[in-house]
Write a new protein. Structure first.
Length: 65
């Protein structure tokens, strides 16, 4: 994939199970990267963005109830 648009297209085509697998794989990749190089800012940024997205999703889900 060469662009964010292409990534969006692929994400839109995933089943729910495959989307969970992708998220799990990304988590594992960045966790490994963080362990190999704790000073690389990419992994902490990924986890910070992931936590923000999780919090926003939880907040939206609570507001729908």
């Amino acid at each position: 994939m060469s662009s964010s648009n292409e990534a969006w297209d692929h994400l839109g085509e995933l089943s729910e199970d495959d989307a969970i697998h992708v998220l799990t794989r990304l988590f594992a990749l960045y966790e490994e990267q963080e362990q190999r190089n704790p000073y690389d800012p990419a992994a902490p940024l990924f986890f910070r963005n992931l936590i923000t997205a999780l919090e926003q999703t939880s907040s939206c889900n609570l507001n729908r109830r």
